[in-house]
Structures are given as structure tokens and as C-alpha cells.
Ligand binder design. Structure first.
Ligand code: XMP
Length: 486
């Protein structure tokens, strides 16, 4: 029996085991289409998502990534209120019409107006009465040289001088009004003058500057949020402000998790992605036991900060998990996106994941190094780094909200490390590098799009000696140039 078990042992392939074989192509890398799905209903322009970790994804990174066509998944190592606040911030940024407008009342002080504008990094506030009727606007220009204890009503631009518009106004018309009147903000009001939304020049410009950005039906940037499967309250609180919820547990193939996920899916109307899982059987159980799972986040133990495998020997490397879950998805004909999570270092790793059935990847390490990540910038000997730690590390576990991911009482161990990653610059530059690398890889593989990667791209095993030859060798490289080290 045990000899059979050993004989039937699978090979837990990882990124370093495989290479992408060149395939015939007629197109150039700039003709390659990276459009894909993160979940059943959430389309992306590039197959990248950021990990829900408290050194990685807050609103700033989520905004930057959505502007590039990917999606940020907000971390949950905080109160539900904080997570909702992060989501709202993304939804307010760069949208065509801000619906959840920050307002102030006429009897508040200039001090309060300044605090609100500073905290939310905005330049003006509509002034409304208790019935939400628009009665003025106050901007930085009005408050800059005004006594802090003055009332807003004495300083604001009054209603009769405000240009406003009704709901349903087109982008072009709004732009024309803003330009003609040389104003920055256009409040949207109903026929009684009640405030319904706000269009700002800054947001309209952002739309032009980032044509690849991914947006919901109202023109707001898309964002996802991580939740515990046992936290229905948080799921319900986040639901109105996110496009997708991501179940965030280290081992989702667990009876309690499955029933909790079922309940969450029944209670919310946004897409719910389940993870992490690492085997065909785990995907099969979810597919057969729950209707309406919207995608799978796969891979266990491959993350750059993981010590799960060191400690427990449990491992479903990202590529292995991808192949197995993608096959289950295909066998059951459910067309659910598979998100390869953990261990991504280069565009080539992403290409391998796509070649083996992934629709998108999730990256922690790469995005932690970006300017917009939540982690602290540190300088050592004149070189910049960003802090990065696992969500199962002692540091993350010290924050109580993380406890149910890696340290349910039976698991009194840490499963992640703390360290530093190189500072890589802004998300825009890092994504540009990765997109160029990925398109080049797809060009070699003979693929024009992600479906081609599934169907046409071929892979081969590489020997440990071959692996050495596949990197620069016999040369001294004095300076790191790209995200992947050369
Ligand atoms: P990368 O390689 O991008 O991986 O840094 C990010 C993914 O790693 C997972 N993660 C952990 N896994 N212990 C683990 O075993 C941890 O402390 C930990 N923290 C994060 C997670 O799936 C993330 O997306």
C-alpha cells in the first residue's frame, strides 16, 4: 500500500522546473491582447492582481493597479470599518461621477473642512444641509487664508453662484461645462436641488490619461477585498463598495470553510473568489458543493515569504495547483478563472502560469516593492528597500485581525517571515516592465492572447544543470537593472 502511494506520488512542479517552448507566430508582441477575467464577471485588461497583505494592498496600490488594467485586493488585517474605508477611497478616485460624495455642513468650521480635505486628499467639498440640499461649495482656495474658527457658511461659494448639472449628463458635456466656466467641480443635483453626485476635472483627466483602467458600470475603478469566510458582517459591509470578494484562508479545502463560503455566496451579490486551494479535489468539491463560486485563488506554500512548507512539508506549488485546478474547471465545464498566487518573480513565471491554465496571477512580493504599497520605505547604505512580511508571520499575527488565517488555535506556529524587498518604483513602471516581458514571452510561445496560451503554448522540463545555463552566466553584473534582477 505504501509503495503504491509512493509510486503514485505526483510531481509537485514549480516555476523553476519548467521552461516555455518557442512556438510559431505571425504576430509581434505589441499585437498581443492580455485581456482576461479575474472572476466570472470581472474582466481585466492585464492578468495581474495584488495580494491582500498589509504590506501590499491598500487603496493607493489598488487605485494605481486598476488604472493600469489590473485589480488590487484589499487586505483584511484591520477592522471591517477600515477595509470599507479603503474600498470607498478607491471608488471615489478617478470615477466619472462620485456618488459617495464627501460633504460638509454650513455650520461646521474651516478647521473641520481642512481636516476633511487633507485626510481624503481632495480639493473641495460641497456644502449641504441636513436634507442633502446643495447650498454651497468650499475649496482650498476659500480656506487657505481664512481663520480656522470661521463657519463654512461665511466662506463658501453660495448656491446661486454654483454651476451644477442633472443626472445623466454625458462625459463630453460635463467636460465642456468645466472648461467653459473654468471650474474644477460640477455638482450633480436632482430637480429639487438635492446633491446626487460630483464630477471633477481631476477625475475626468485621469480617465483620459489611463485608457486601460478597469471600471464598473458607473465609471468607478474596480477593486476587490479579502474576507474571512467566517466574517459575514464584513462581507456585507464591503459588498456595496467592491466588485469582488476574495476568501482569504491558507487552506480552503476544509469542511467548515466550505459551508461558511456557501453561506457568504448566498448572502452577497458580488463575485466571490475562493482560496487558497491546491488540488483537483479541492476545486471539485467547491464546484460540486456550491453554486456560483466565481473563481479560484490557487497555490499553497510558494509565496516568497512562506514558511508553511519548511515547517509542515505541506506544499501545492503555484504551478502544480494551477494545472490541477484548471483541469478540474475544464472537466466540469464551469469556465471559472484560476488565479495563480505566490512565487511570481518574472514575466516568464506569469507566462508559465498562463500556459498551464491560469487566467491571472496574484503578486505580493513584486507589488510590495512599489511606491504605492502599504509597506515602509527603508534605506540601508543608500539603497532603498520596502518592508515585506507574510500574513502568517509573527509581525502580521500580532495584529489581531489576521489571526484566523494562519493561527487558529490548533496552529500555534508562525508560517511566514519578515524581510525587505528592493524598492521598484511606481506601479505604472513596474507594470509596464512586466507587460512588456509577458508579451515577449507570449510572442515566443506563439500566443496572441490568453486563450492561445492555454491552447498553443508548450512547456518542457529543464534539468538542474540546464537551469544554470538559462540565466546569465560567466559574467559579473555590477548593477541590478530590472525588477527581476538583471
Ligand atoms: P509572493 O511570492 O508574491 O506571494 O510574495 C504572495 C502570496 O503568499 C501567500 N502568503 C503566505 N503564505 N505564509 C504562507 O504560507 C504567509 O505568512 C503568507 N503570507 C502571504 C499569499 O497567498 C500571498 O498572496
Amino acid at each position: 500500500m505504501f509503495r503504491t502511494k509512493l509510486k503514485n506520488a505526483s510531481i509537485a512542479i514549480t516555476f523553476n522546473d519548467l521552461v516555455l517552448l518557442p512556438g510559431f507566430t505571425r504576430s509581434e508582441p505589441n499585437e498581443i491582447d492580455l485581456t482576461t477575467y479575474f472572476s466570472k464577471n470581472i474582466k481585466l485588461k492585464i492578468p495581474f492582481s495584488s495580494a491582500p497583505m498589509d504590506t501590499v494592498t491598500g487603496s493607493e496600490l489598488a487605485i494605481a493597479l486598476a488604472l493600469q488594467g489590473g485589480i488590487g485586493i484589499l487586505h483584511r488585517n484591520c477592522s471591517a470599518e477600515n477595509e470599507v474605508e479603503m474600498a470607498k477611497k478607491v471608488k471615489r478616485a478617478g470615477s466619472y461621477i462620485i456618488r459617495d460624495v464627501l460633504t460638509i455642513s454650513p455650520n461646521q468650521t474651516i478647521e473641520e473642512a481642512i481636516t476633511l480635505m487633507t485626510r481624503h486628499n481632495i480639493h473641495g467639498l460641497p456644502v449641504v444641509d441636513k436634507d442633502k440640499m446643495l447650498i454651497g461649495i468650499i475649496t482650498w482656495r476659500d480656506v487657505r487664508f481664512t481663520a480656522r474658527d470661521q463657519f463654512v457658511k461665511n466662506v463658501m461659494t453660495p448656491r446661486e453662484k454654483i454651476i451644477s448639472a442633472n443626472d445623466g449628463i454625458t462625459v463630453e458635456k460635463a467636460k465642456r461645462i468645466l472648461q467653459e466656466h473654468r471650474i474644477e467641480k460640477l455638482p450633480i443635483v436632482d430637480s429639487n436641488g438635492r446633491l446626487l453626485g460630483l464630477i471633477t476635472y481631476r477625475d475626468l483627466r485621469m480617465q483620459e490619461k489611463y485608457p486601460n483602467s478597469i471600471r464598473d458600470e458607473e465609471g468607478r475603478l474596480r477593486v476587490g477585498a479579502a474576507i474571512s469566510p467566517f466574517d459575514l458582517r464584513r462581507a456585507k459591509m464591503l459588498e456595496p463598495f467592491v466588485d469582488v470578494l476574495v476568501i482569504d484562508v491558507a487552506h480552503a479545502h476544509n469542511a467548515n470553510v466550505i459551508s461558511a463560503v456557501k453561506r457568504i455566496i448566498e448572502e452577497v451579490s458580488v463575485d466571490v473568489v475562493v482560496g487558497n486551494i491546491g488540488t483537483y479535489e479541492a476545486a471539485e468539491d467547491y464546484i460540486t458543493k456550491i453554486d456560483d463560486v466565481a473563481g479560484f485563488r490557487v497555490g499553497l506554500g510558494s509565496g516568497s515569504i512562506c514558511t508553511t512548507t519548511v515547517i509542515t512539508r505541506a506544499f501545492a506549488p503555484t504551478l502544480f495547483a494551477t494545472v490541477n485546478v484548471a483541469d478540474a474547471v475544464n472537466d466540469y465545464k464551469v469556465r471559472l478563472p484560476v488565479i495563480a498566487d505566490g512565487g511570481i518573480r518574472t514575466p516568464g513565471d506569469i507566462a508559465l502560469a498562463l500556459a498551464l491554465g491560469a487566467s491571472a496571477v496574484m503578486m505580493g512580493n513584486i507589488f510590495a516593492g512599489c511606491k504605492e504599497s502599504l509597506s515602509k520605505l527603508v534605506s540601508i547604505g543608500g539603497v532603498f528597500y520596502k518592508e515585506y512580511y507574510g500574513m502568517g508571520s509573527a509581525r502580521a499575527k500580532a495584529k489581531r485581525a489576521a489571526l484566523d488565517r494562519y493561527s487558529i488555535p490548533s496552529k500555534d506556529i508562525v508560517e511566514g517571515v519578515e524581510g525587505l524587498v528592493p524598492y521598484r518604483g511606481g506601479v505604472e513602471d513596474v507594470v509596464r516592465e512586466f507587460v512588456a516581458g509577458l508579451k515577449a514571452a507570449m510572442g515566443y510561445a506563439g500566443a496572441n492572447n490568453i486563450r492561445d496560451m492555454w491552447e498553443k503554448a508548450r512547456v518542457a522540463f529543464v534539468t538542474p544543470l540546464g537551469l544554470n545555463e538559462s540565466k546569465p552566466h560567466d559574467i559579473i553584473i555590477p548593477q541590478q537593472k530590472m525588477s527581476w534582477g538583471y
